[in-house]
Design a binder for this molecule. Structure first.
Ligand SMILES: Nc1nc2c(ncn2[C@@H]2O[C@H](COP(=O)(O)OP(=O)(O)O)[C@@H](O)[C@H]2O)c(=O)[nH]1
Ligand SMILES: Nc1ncnc2c1ncn2[C@@H]1O[C@H](COP(=O)(O)OP(=O)(O)O)[C@@H](O)[C@H]1O
Length: 220
């Protein structure tokens, strides 16, 4: 795939991915674009078709998957979700950095493609805080909340495996997490425009991250 490297945001439902991503896109107009996924779940109040998701039926989505329209798809909490090729092409055609919000299954499937994104995991400080945030959000029934918590436990374990993510951000304090996300993406954009630029970073933590995501011969 050509153009700037896409960014995959993953992590448990309720970790704060949408909150961080929406803010990032709003604060950097003309820089980032969201890959609008398809889903069979119902829209929540305030969500817009074509903006938050393409809301569809299982039959239509399965047909699209069979046609090869999706780069990845997964079942999550009783619904189908997937990233269409068109969703990514729409963003890349505008020369924006494509941001994808996918679950851990999506991360694994994207790794089998040639998309070559940066993989960032957004994690909650604890299961207790995650549950509180999901309850306070008031978007889930008790049943879907329990399914999300079960998926979150699995996600939090798998995310610890080395090599799955380039970086993990703990979303405890929202401002701090947002600053971390911006700093990381800043470093990524610097290094992709002028390689090798990593050693110019004075921040040890980000330097380590950049060595992890870089494919240049100096760092590889
Ligand atoms: N694999 C995959 N996962 C997706 C996609 N779109 C959203 N998801 C994930 O599906 C899960 C549920 O998303 P959603 O229903 O919006 O609930 P929320 O995460 O609690 O706001 C989240 O983990 C998302 O990251 C997609 O296109 N592919
Ligand atoms: N750092 C934070 N502190 C407190 N509440 C948060 C924080 N980050 C997100 N939230 C809230 O937690 C809920 C889940 O966040 P959301 O962005 O919807 O998560 P996700 O997209 O990962 O499912 C939302 O109601 C959001 O306002």
């Amino acid at each position: 795939m050509s153009g700037p490297r896409p960014v995959v945001l993953s992590g448990p439902s309720g970790a704060g991915k949408s909150t961080l991503m929406k803010r990032l896109i709003k604060d950097h107009e003309g820089v980032f674009g969201f890959s609008v996924s398809h889903t069979t779940r119902n829209p929540r109040p305030g969500e817009e078709d074509g903006k938050d998701y393409h809301y569809t039926t299982r039959e239509a989505m399965q047909e699209g998957i069979a046609n090869g329209d999706f780069i990845e798809n997964a079942e999550f909490s009783g619904n189908l979700y997937g990233t269409s090729k068109a969703a990514i092409e729409d963003v890349q055609a505008k020369n924006l950095i494509c941001i994808l919000d996918v679950d851990i299954q999506g991360v694994r499937r994207i790794k089998e493609t040639d998309l070559n994104p940066i993989y960032i995991s957004i994690q909650p400080p604890s299961m207790e805080i995650l549950e509180k945030r999901l309850r306070d959000r008031q978007t889930e029934t008790e049943e879907s909340l329990q399914k999300r918590l079960e998926a979150a436990r699995i996600d939090m374990e798998l995310s610890k495996e080395p090599g799955v993510f380039d970086i993990v951000i703990i979303n405890d304090d929202l401002e701090r997490a947002y600053e971390d996300l911006k700093d990381i993406l800043n470093e990524v954009s610097k290094t992709s425009s002028s390689l090798p630029g990593h050693s110019s970073s004075t921040n040890t933590r980000y330097r380590e991250v950049m060595y992890a995501v870089c494919s240049c011969t100096r760092c590889g």
